[in-house]
Design a protein around this ligand. Structure first.
Ligand SMILES: Nc1nc2c(c(=O)[nH]1)N[C@H]1C(S)=C(S)[C@@H](COP(=O)(O)OP(=O)(O)OC[C@H]3O[C@@H](n4cnc5c(=O)[nH]c(N)nc54)[C@H](O)[C@@H]3O)O[C@H]1N2
Ligand SMILES: Nc1nc2c(c(=O)[nH]1)N[C@H]1C(S)=C(S)[C@@H](COP(=O)(O)OP(=O)(O)OC[C@H]3O[C@@H](n4cnc5c(=O)[nH]c(N)nc54)[C@H](O)[C@@H]3O)O[C@H]1N2
Ligand code: SF4
Ligand SMILES: [Mo]
Length: 863
């Protein structure tokens, strides 16, 4: 079968994928990001390209409509709002998951033809602090790092980055480099002990937002120990004296980490010239995010450790095209192609090139302000593309209300039901990954092609075409007459040439003559160019700037239960709001419920034990989560993943309790610092359901996910139903199923099996306390003709051992299987792989395998 060379649609590593229409997915051995590797999410792409749940035709007010009516309506509503209320009464909210061509066209329509800069993107929640930090230090938003630098470094410092789960292929590249060069050191700076710690020689458990204090402390230490590169500073860096003075005024102990660990870190950094500092959302998503970036860049600039192989700061991007969006200017405070809205010459050049009737003259609304303007009635028409703000924005319930408050809302998505799509007047069906063509830029500035290998199903269209169709209906047809994404890419490269006199970092001239169809992954400006190697930066004087940054007031520990600091982030096998990864049973098996990691002391204070449900709440809202009691989190700093939505969890979304506090420079929200109370959610009963048909459960708590045999729901409710069988027939929508009931009066447990034509359709367990049973066994019985006695036993048959919760998603290897193998003598990750196959495909579970091996070696060690 012929395979198409394309790029993974998930994280910013940007791995090359070989994909076939039948669902074959392989890592591309020739792609320089991954050289054939894929992580668990990339490997499972074949399980996510079916049409179940897809939005396949336009909808107006919830009814199926044809394209002409839908496009006419969008164009009419936007034109009317602009006519009656001015260009700033409309807004686009777009995404780092759009392809560069989509992004370019959306930005062109808003900034050059509508004449407003009210286009912002979910990159505001993701990379805005890095963008602002780079601009302050370098004069431009330049990411100097490359993946090869990670392999060449002698010290890698990971700050606020759970690389093992969020950039797994980079983690694997570092792990391989460390194995080849055992002297390489890795330091992890994170308030949590994450899977990434398994690679770390040193873990600094900083307090939330302790990063500025730590890096200010490092800068002062470097100055005090004659470790500054004074020649480099004289020639290439301004602002050093004030930056060092501010650093000296900071007490590094304010960072919250242990004093001896801080000292070891400073020594290691000071004495290792080849150091790469990798940073991600623990840095960016903070009220001091831009200053955290500044504090990190200060240390690299002061030592000249930038622009050299194996040395430099490296902001790794989250989304597949976060970088492409920054390049085309998709943020409300950028123009296009790294040009500035505030600069008249830049504006003139772009307007002339676009031959546009107008051009925005001031920055538009940033995400949080944009939705506040929606709430205040200032936005009359809103178009959301390829993002799910009703879940992913802070204060998500308020954002949902704000969207509802906009008189006209269009949403372009690939899925029919999302929390945001449910609020739309018009739904526009987009072609998804594998069905459309375009380009993306990964974290190391490498532009790769995404290529279609499937037909666009039913009525779906690529985003660039939907946007161009609306632009045409708004009267701008001549400027949006694209036939293919290649036309758009060519125009984007031509705009880059027109902007060349401004001599900025962005230089796409190498793409001027390439054949779009066969474009090979290429870095801009060229594969062999190293930014800042010559010490030239982009401020007017050609120098970089160090900045005086002040550490925020340290978060004093000793929280009370009424106010703990809620940290949030990601799981290994899910992508954001799970619209795609949620389809793959393989990926759902890793962590199938929304949870709260809670320190044992916090749990004890709240009277909560492992497996209980907890209410996490504050004045903004509440959410119900499963408590995982663990010392991976510090006291008073519980952690919850961001993934569950109103579609997948009836308890609510985590962002219902995150306030919309933003960084004053970048406008990026502080998504890692909620202030919440945690209390026991004492349900009347708890249940687990595995079933074949898609269930619809509306109990107080209900977390639904895919399984290999259908679906599963973790449930809980206050009131005990009068008729369990009726409840289950309703949830599974099987009114005529025959039921077998096992009512264990003594323990108060209920077990129900539903059959149709002797095939087990559903199996259900309920109890007055969280139910304990082998979930994998229950799931495995669904769809078989197992008799009720077996199906309701709650465990595997005697001849089949219970594999336990899944650790390796690729080969479906459970924890019990692994522990058995460890006990039988498999004492290393490699040995475990040889015996069970776990970790031998994508390798994403290797940190967890390492933990199992370590735990087994130290049976009494606290988890
Ligand atoms: N599996 C998976 N991978 C993904 C994604 C996904 O949804 N799923 N999404 C992609 C996207 S868009 C992004 S942006 C990236 C995000 O990638 P990461 O930034 O690596 O992921 P997060 O889990 O959001 O946060 C990283 C860490 O920041 C820590 N942290 C919290 N507060 C602080 C602090 O004050 N200081 C420090 N130093 N650390 C802190 C958290 O404990 C957490 O472990 O992942 C990308 N990759
Ligand atoms: N609490 C908390 N909140 C966070 C974060 C956090 O760490 N903590 N992280 C933040 C960050 S870094 C990010 S990046 C955001 C991500 O948050 P979102 O961008 O809101 O999340 P996604 O689920 O990726 O949403 C993408 C949407 O686009 C749809 N889609 C997929 N492909 C296409 C396509 O080709 N065309 C169109 N039109 N639609 C498509 C998907 O079905 C989905 O509905 O979340 C932010 N929110
Ligand atoms: S690391 Fe995983 S999610 Fe990220 S691009 Fe590679 S395969 Fe995709
Ligand atoms: Mo992100």
């Amino acid at each position: 079968m012929s395979l198409t060379r394309t790029t993974c649609p998930y994280c910013g590593v940007g791995c090359g994928v070989l994909a076939g229409a039948g669902g074959t997915i392989k890592g591309d051995p020739d792609h320089p990001a991954n050289f054939g590797r894929l992580c668990s999410k990339g490997s499972a792409l074949g399980e996510t390209i079916d049409l179940e749940g897809r939005l396949l035709h336009p909808q107006i007010a919830g009814e199926r409509a044809d394209w002409d009516s839908a496009l006419d309506l969008v164009a009419e509503k936007f034109s009317a709002a602009i006519r009656d209320h001015g260009p700033d009464s409309v807004a686009f909210y777009v995404s780092g998951q759009l392809l560069t061509e989509d992004y370019y066209v959306a930005n062109k329509l808003m900034k050059g033809f509508i004449g407003s800069a009210n286009i912002d993107t979910n990159s505001r929640l993701c990379m805005a602090s890095s963008v602002a930090g780079h601009k302050r230090a370098f004069g431009t938003d330049t990411v100097p790092g490359t993946y090869a630098d990670l392999e060449e470094a002698d010290l890698i410092v990971l700050v606020g980055s759970n690389l093992a789960w969020c950039h797994p292929v980079l983690y694997q590249r570092i792990a391989a480099a460390k194995e080849a060069r055992p002297n390489m050191r890795v330091v992890n700076i994170d308030p949590r002990r994450t899977a990434t710690c398994d690679l770390a020689d040193l873990h600094l458990r900083v307090a939330p937002d302790g990063d500025v204090a730590l890096f200010n402390g490092l800068l002062a230490y470097l100055a005090d120990h004659s470790k500054l590169d004074t020649d480099y500073i004289t020639a290439h860096v301004g602002g050093c004296t004030v930056a060092i003075a501010a650093a000296r005024a900071t007490d590094p102990l304010d960072c919250g980490a242990a004093p001896d660990e801080i000292a070891s870190f400073f020594q290691l950094w000071a004495n290792t010239p080849k150091v790469v500092t990798v940073y991600s959302q623990g840095v960016n998503q903070s009220a001091s995010g831009t200053d955290k970036v500044g504090a990190i860049l200060n240390c690299h600039l002061a030592t000249g450790r930038i622009g050299k192989a194996g040395s430099g700061p490296f902001s790794v991007t989250g989304q597949p095209n976060a970088m492409g969006g920054r390049e085309v200017g998709g943020l409300a405070n950028m123009l296009a192609n790294h040009l500035d809205i505030e600069n008249a010459a830049h504006r003139e050049t772009v307007q002339e090139f676009w031959n546009s009737p107008t051009i925005c003259t001031a920055a538009g609304l940033k995400a949080v302000d944009l939705f506040e303007a929606c709430a205040a009635g200032k936005i009359k028409a809103l178009w959301v593309m390829s993002t799910n703000p009703a879940v992913s924005m802070p204060d998500a319930d308020k954002v949902a209300l704000a969207i509802r408050n906009v008189p006209f809302v269009a949403v372009s998505d690939i899925m029919a039901r999302t929390d945001t799509g449910d609020l739309a007047d018009v739904l526009l069906p987009a072609a998804g990954w594998g069905e459309k063509d375009g380009t993306v830029t990964n974290s190391e500035r490498r532009i790769s092609r995404q290529r279609a290998f499937l037909p666009a199903p039913s009525q779906t269209r690529p985003d660039w075409r939907i946007i161009s169709d609306v632009a045409t209906r708004m009267g701008f047809g001549a400027a949006f007459a694209y036939d293919t994404p290649a036309d758009i890419f060519a125009e984007y490269i031509a705009l880059d040439a027109a902007a060349r006199p401004f001599a900025r970092d962005l230089d796409l001239s190498i793409f001027a003559d390439v054949d779009y169809a066969t474009l090979v992954p290429t870095q801009w400006p060229r594969n062999d160019v190293r930014f800042f190697a010559d010490g030239k930066f982009y401020h007017a004087d050609g120098k970089a700037r160090m900045l005086a940054v002040q550490a925020p007031t340290p978060l004093k520990a000793v929280p009370t239960l009424n106010t703990v600091t809620l940290n949030t982030g990601r799981n290994r096998d899910q992508w954001h709001t799970m619209t795609r990864t949620g389809k793959a049973p393989k990926l759902g098996a890793h962590l199938a419920e929304p949870y709260l990691e809670l320190h044992p002391d916090d749990a004890a204070k709240a009277g909560v034990v492992h497996g209980d449900l907890v209410k996490v709440q504050n004045a903004l809202g509440r959410t119900i989560l499963r408590a995982l009691v663990t010392q991976r989190v510090a006291r008073g700093q519980p952690f919850a993943p961001m993934h569950w939505t109103r579609q997948t969890a009836r308890g609510g979304t985590v962002n219902s309790v995150i306030a919309s506090v933003t960084d004053p420079v970048s406008g990026q929200p502080a998504l890692k610092r909620g202030s919440v109370s945690v209390s026991l959610f004492k349900a009347g009963w708890y249940g687990f359901l595995a079933c074949a048909p898609r269930p619809v459960a509306d109990t107080s708590y209900a977390a639904t996910s895919r399984t290999a045999t259908g679906w599963q729901v973790e449930m809980a409710a206050l009131e005990t139903p009068e008729d369990w069988v009726q409840l289950l027939r309703d949830i599974t929508r099987l009114p005529d199923a025959t039921a077998s009931v096992l009512d264990d009066g003594i323990q108060g447990t209920i077990r129900v099996a539903l059959y149709e034509q002797d095939i087990l359709q559903a199996v259900f367990f309920a109890a007055p306390q969280p139910v304990v049973l082998s979930r994998s066994a229950a799931i495995a019985y669904v769809g078989t003709s197992a008799p009720p006695l077996a199906a309701l036993a709650g465990r595997m048959g005697q001849d089949q051992p219970d594999p336990g919760p899944v650790v390796c998603a690729c080969f479906n290897v459970g924890q019990n299987t692994l522990l058995a193998a460890v006990n039988a003598g498999a004492g290393t990750v490699k040995a475990l792989g040889a015996v069970t196959c776990a970790g031998t495909n994508c390798g994403s579970c290797k940190p967890e395998l390492a933990r199992l091996v370590a735990q087994a070696a130290l049976p009494l060690a606290a988890e």
